[in-house]
Design a protein around this ligand. Structure first.
Ligand code: SPV
Ligand code: MN
Length: 650
């Protein structure tokens, strides 16, 4: 269980403001008339006390209330430029922001959940006791905004009024953070009070980059106070560490769904996108993939793109699964974004008329360049490590790439040509009929497979593994990545898993509305499938085929081959889908991709079974699904040997 408002309210203890009268008094003395007038429009006393405590604690020189008006957003842009957090680029509306070399991705080792004694945690998460977090915050946060402005923004994580939307406050001394917030989240200043009343809660985020020096990065902390739904972030600027409206509040949403909205809501690390099928019908997908595994690219393959990172789900009155994107923009990895794979995004990045904040890429003559853009690279420029020339090496002699692997672009999603803007803003959400789970798996699972029932579907999500990516500082090796949501699940994995089983088995779904649940993997390599070729056993653009097949399957237009791990596509159905992307699809490739490598799959099942056995209270259903799959696979192996061809499955 998780209890809200339990234990010391750290922000209030350190800020010292305990009631609305004290808050108002502080506002009168610290906020100028113009901003005071704006803040008076917010009536929610709990929210005002939070803001007052942030001011009292951080002691900024002044306070800016961002109502989201054009003037206010302009002020934020100018503040960020004046402070040197962003610099203008050649193209109108484009700016570059650099994070310190040590702060180019999520600082996982410095990210903690603040917990009360005895609270159960995810075995994959790091926690800090409330009293220790208090000591840190008392030491580092008072006065951290001296010489700076404190900016306050009010946002909705989702279209205002949507069942699974939750409002949040972003407080920061960084113009870059608030500028990013304006591109990525819906400013709900006018609706904030009503939204807090409707949702019954709100989240609060307090960030300051402090002196923003390399020396202080080791002191950086990203704390999520689960009980008080408040985050604290210090001495860093990377948006994944600072704009905690994003993953900080996603963590709270996961808690909220798991402990307070069982069978009603889910909060997932998923894209949302629509595919157009035969006759123009639209089928919506939501898909999980660990950070840096192509989630944005997959999302944009759709004809009706809704979101690339997060999804809030609920089941509506008529038993359909609905999803909203808590965000309205993308904070996307730019490495390997190019004309071929991401034409619409490239139009925004290279064309005119879209506001873009670039981070950690190479700038040459005011123009951003990045690895894998398919363009000619300049000889020199400035990047995340300073002056750069082709062939530059770091102190250890390793080549310094033109752009950091986790370089990002921040822009509003509606600028992207296939974005379904109207649907994305609909508080009713989009009807989702297909769920996908994927990782970076070079040698085991086929490109696409479908669970026979919800239990198997939940187990696909529980079984995601992935190679480490550049989105987390210091990550190496192959990791278990349950639901691709593990870095954001605060509580016990068993609780989260139980909530998944309950949700997807809910009797509120009918057989026709219960979503299809599937696995996707586009990282198989030639080397691992006995081919004499090398590298990936397919291309980025094949994603369209795998999603296209799922679209047909979900609508009953194709049948599939039953295997111990679920259903896989028939060759002929894929051939015509490949034709639609102008590709040949040789039978030999199909065989390599869909043959079952029994030993590999069984080893994966054993690894998961062992890992989950160490975790308390994991639902028995998971072990039952694994056991059944394993015994069916062993039976097949006895008949056909360790590599089972699709022909042998028929
Ligand atoms: C991710 O790493 O999953 C992201 C970027 O989407 S961050 O804001 O760091 O979470
Ligand atoms: Mn993400």
């Amino acid at each position: 269980m998780l209890e809200l408002k339990k234990g010391d309210n750290i922000l209030e203890v350190v800020g010292g403001i305990t009631n609305i009268a004290e808050a108002r008094e502080l506002f009168e003395s610290k906020i100028d008339a113009v901003n005071l007038e704006k803040l008076k429009q917010i009536k929610n006393e709990e929210a005002l006390i939070k803001v007052a405590n942030a001011i009292a604690m951080c002691q900024p020189d002044n306070v800016f209330i961002n109502t989201g008006s054009a003037d206010d957003v302009d002020w934020i842009r100018e503040y960020s430029l004046a402070k040197g957090e962003e610099k203008k680029l050649a193209k109108d509306g484009h700016t570059i922001h650099y994070d310190l070399p040590q702060d180019q991705a999520r600082l996982v080792k410095q990210t903690f959940y603040i917990i009360n004694e005895g609270e159960k945690m995810s075995s994959l998460a790091k926690s800090i006791d409330r009293s220790d977090a208090m000591v840190y915050i008392k030491k580092y946060m008072p006065g951290i905004m001296a010489g700076k402005s404190l900016i306050v923004g009010f946002y909705s994580r989702g279209p205002v009024g949507a069942e699974a939307a939750i409002p949040a406050i972003e407080i920061s001394s960084s113009g870059y953070v608030l500028h990013s917030a304006e591109l990525l989240y819906r400013n709900c200043f006018k609706d904030f009070d009503a939204e807090v009343d409707r949702a019954g809660l709100f989240f609060t985020n307090v960030h300051s980059e402090g002196d923003n020096t390399t020396e202080n990065v080791p002191n950086a902390r990203i704390f999520s106070d689960r009980s008080w739904t408040t985050t604290f972030s210090t001495f860093c600027t990377y948006a994944g560490n600072t704009l905690l409206l994003k993953k900080g509040n996603h963590r709270f949403s996961v808690d909220y769904a798991t402990y307070f909205k069982v069978e009603q809501q889910l909060s997932e690390h998923m894209f949302i996108t629509g595919m157009t099928g035969p006759g123009g019908r639209k089928t919506f997908f939501a898909g999980a993939a660990p950070s840096g595994c192509g989630k944005t690219t997959t999302a944009m393959v759709g004809t009706d793109f809704v979101g690339d990172d997060l999804a809030q789900f609920w089941i509506n009155g008529s038993g359909t699964l609905r999803a909203i994107n808590p965000e309205k923009g993308i904070f996307g990895i730019v490495e390997d974004v190019n004309r071929e794979g991401d034409p619409y995004l490239m139009d925004c990045l290279r064309g005119d008329g879209t506001e873009v904040i670039w981070s950690n890429v190479l700038i040459n003559d005011g123009v951003p360049h990045w690895v894998g853009n398919g363009e000619e690279a300049p000889e020199s420029g400035v990047n995340f490590q300073g002056e750069w020339t082709k062939g530059k090496t770091d102190d250890a002699g390793n080549p310094v790439p033109m752009s950091h692997k986790n370089s990002r672009c921040t822009l509003i999603a509606s600028a992207i040509a296939n974005h379904a803007t109207e649907l994305s803003e609909d508080p009713n959400g989009v009807p989702v009929s297909v769920i996908t789970y994927s990782g970076r798996d070079a040698d085991t699972m086929p490109p696409v497979w479908v669970a026979r029932n919800s239990d198997e579907g939940v187990v696909i999500g529980a079984s995601i593994v992935s190679k480490a990516t550049a989105t987390e500082v210091g990550a190496i090796g192959v990791n278990r990545q349950p639901w691709a949501n593990a870095p954001f699940i605060p509580g016990a994995l068993a609780d989260y898993m139980e909530a998944q089983f309950t949700f997807f088995n809910s009797a509120k779904f009918s057989e026709s509305t219960r979503p299809v649940m599937s696995g996707l993997n586009y990282f198989l390599t030639h080397e691992n499938r006995g081919s004499d070729g090398s590298g990936l056993l397919g291309e980025k653009k094949d994603v369209k085929v795998w999603l296209g097949w799922l679209e047909l399957y979900a609508n009953g237009d194709v049948d599939a081959i039953s295997t111990p791990i679920g259903f896989i596509p028939k060759y002929n159905d894929l051939v015509s889908l490949f034709q639609s992307i102008d590709k040949e699809y040789p039978k030999s490739l199909y065989e390599m991709q869909f043959a079952l490598y029994i030993e590999k799959i069984v080893a994966r099942i054993d690894l998961q079974t062992e890992a989950y056995s160490k975790e308390a209270d994991i639902p028995q259903t998971l072990f039952d699904v694994y056991a059944k799959q394993k015994s069916d696979l062993m039976e097949l192996q006895e008949k056909h040997g360790p590599i089972v061809n699709v022909e042998q499955l028929l």
